[in-house]
Design a binder for this molecule. Structure first.
Ligand SMILES: [Zn+2]
Length: 205
């Protein structure tokens, strides 16, 4: 089992967790920036993180992983890869399915992906902020007649405020400390907030 420091080092090496002074997409300021796509773009990191997250659920029987697209796709795949082969199997391993929004904006299983009655499902996402996407994925799984046995995420930013109706585990707890710009202590110290997502965007000529 990887230690918290080893996990954090992977995120920080990839620039997926940064410390400084940032303007988040919400307009709020924060001293931490998190973007899991930056660590999951490296397959060796994604594989190790998937293994570490899967290890948290080693006491459960999991027959499928379901993730909300897009953020959950890569980590869902890697968690599924790390889980033991299920009994009823076509030797492809634990299937990693995903839910995505349909034309009306509802999360749903598409592309012929389906779950069996009472199939034991682990719902996996990259980051929990409010946990809304995981809640939606849980609903889709239950409406399909399968059973959610647990939910997992790489990073929980909620500060422990999320309550799922199933067992929930995250690898890293990293509560968001964010401020209105006018109340930001970092601004008061004189630094300027960086917009991390727009770093490489060219200005219009
Ligand atoms: Zn600020």
């Amino acid at each position: 089992m990887l230690k918290r420091e080893e996990l954090l080092r992977m995120f920080e090496t990839a620039g997926a967790i940064r410390h400084g002074h940032f303007e988040l997409s919400s307009g709020l300021h924060s001293s931490t920036y998190v973007q899991c796509a930056l660590v999951l773009q490296y397959p060796r990191f994604a594989e190790r993180l998937g293994q570490a997250l899967a290890d948290l659920f080693s006491d459960l029987t999991v027959e499928a992983v379901v993730s909300p697209a897009l953020g959950g796709l890569i980590i869902g795949q890697e968690v599924a890869r790390a889980l033991p082969e299920p009994k009823k199997s076509i030797e492809g391993g634990v299937p990693a399915l995903f839910v995505e929004r349909d034309a009306s904006g509802m999360m749903t299983l598409r592309r012929g992906l389906s779950l069996g009655p009472d199939q034991h499902v682990l719902v996996v996402e990259d980051v929990w902020t409010t946990g809304g996407s995981t809640q939606e994925a849980i609903r889709v799984v239950e409406e399909a007649g399968a059973r959610v046995v647990a939910a997992g995420a790489l990073i929980d930013r909620s500060g422990g405020s999320i309550e799922f109706d199933v067992e929930a585990q995250s690898l890293i707890q990293l509560p968001i400390a964010s401020y209105e710009p006018e109340d930001c202590p970092l601004c008061r110290d004189g630094s300027a907030a960086l917009k991390p997502g727009s770093r490489f965007v060219r200005s219009a000529a």
